[in-house]
Design a protein around this ligand. Structure first.
Ligand SMILES: NC(=O)c1ccc[n+]([C@@H]2O[C@H](COP(=O)([O-])OP(=O)(O)OC[C@H]3O[C@@H](n4cnc5c(N)ncnc54)[C@H](OP(=O)(O)O)[C@@H]3O)[C@@H](O)[C@H]2O)c1
Length: 285
């Protein structure tokens, strides 16, 4: 039995459907969700949908009772995730799972990325649990830039404060395929995988690609972190979120997402989605 948590999230859905496409029988896939209504399409396909919130240890124990392999997709409630992930790990431990796969952050143990501490703490809990584990340190989703791509095509400008920092982003579908590969391999190799796109890019290169694909002039305007946060706030982004986005760009400028490696394309047996193809698809919508 393969259980996927966060199965109604964007990554989780891609993993569940990827498992079915890889030939795993639907009855051997458990979708752990907090709202089963959102997973009715998965239930219709024969997937076992089980309700459990990351904050509910008893529900998690029941949901994972017969799981052999578990994908723990990191939650989205920042600040509460270490305790929540700990609940999932304890439930997996009680079930005696043979493999736990966790979606972590790039270089979680050596980075200034603001989101990394919760991931590192989870990785440590996982190490302490003794469960055989594969940590997928997923780089940025290309989809994180969809709004910026649309705005750049409309305004002729990408703004940010990441300097020349390179971003080894790949699509959610690429990362989902990586998770499927690890969950379905005969003999999983416990360890940490730094996963990202084959070709890292700067925000100036993102602007160039939008220019090529849209046929209009697009430039990158690099701001200080303070200017960046102010510019976002002026466009209606809540102040705390604006500061957070600027802090992330600052880390990117320090190389936090420059994790160049072909580990993901090797794992999935094909190149990762290119920035050019992704931008083309976003602009075609
Ligand atoms: N690499 C990146 O660029 C990047 C970017 C953003 C996030 N992330 C991380 O990667 C994860 C997966 O990405 P995504 O795009 O799939 O995010 P997403 O669409 O927001 O999905 C998050 C999933 O976590 C579930 N969840 C959140 N809190 C929960 C709780 N208390 N109990 C049970 N389930 C809970 C959500 O349930 P519902 O379906 O009920 O909402 C959802 O299924 C995110 O949660 C975040 O940790 C990575």
């Amino acid at each position: 039995m393969i259980a996927v948590t966060g199965a109604t999230g964007q990554l989780g859905r891609l993993v569940v459907t990827g498992l079915l496409e890889a030939g795993v029988p639907a009855g051997e896939v458990v979708a752990v969700v907090r709202d089963p209504q959102k997973a009715s399409d998965l239930a219709d396909r024969g997937v076992q949908v089980r309700q459990a919130d990351y904050s509910d240890p008893a529900a998690l124990q029941a949901a994972l009772r017969d799981a052999d392999r578990v994908l723990l997709i990191s939650g989205s409630e920042v600040g509460r995730r270490v305790a929540q992930h700990g609940n999932v790990l304890r439930a997996a431990q009680s079930a005696g799972v043979e493999l736990l796969v966790y979606t972590s952050a790039p270089r979680a143990d050596d980075t200034s990325l603001p989101l990394a501490p919760e991931h590192l703490a989870t990785e440590r809990l996982l190490g302490d649990s003794g469960i055989p584990a594969v940590v997928l340190r997923n780089n940025w989703y290309l989809e994180n830039y969809d709004q910026a791509i649309g705005q750049a095509a409309a305004t002729g400008e990408v703004i940010g404060s990441a300097g020349n920092g390179r971003i080894a982003a790949a699509s959610r579908a690429d990362f989902a395929a990586g998770a499927v590969a690890v969950l379905t391999v005969d003999q999983p190799q416990p360890g940490v995988l730094e996963l990202g796109g084959d070709s890292a890019f700067t925000l100036a290169e993102l602007a160039s690609v939008v220019a090529e694909q849209s046929g209009r002039k697009v430039t990158y305007r690099d701001l200080s972190a303070e200017e960046h946060a102010r510019a976002l706030a002026a466009h209606g982004v809540p102040e705390d979120v604006a500061g957070f986005v600027a802090a992330i760009d600052r880390s990117i400028g320090q190389g936090a997402l420059d994790t160049g490696s072909s580990a993901l394309s090797t794992l999935i047996g094909r190149p990762t989605t290119t920035l050019a193809n992704h931008v083309r698809d976003v602009l075609a919508r």
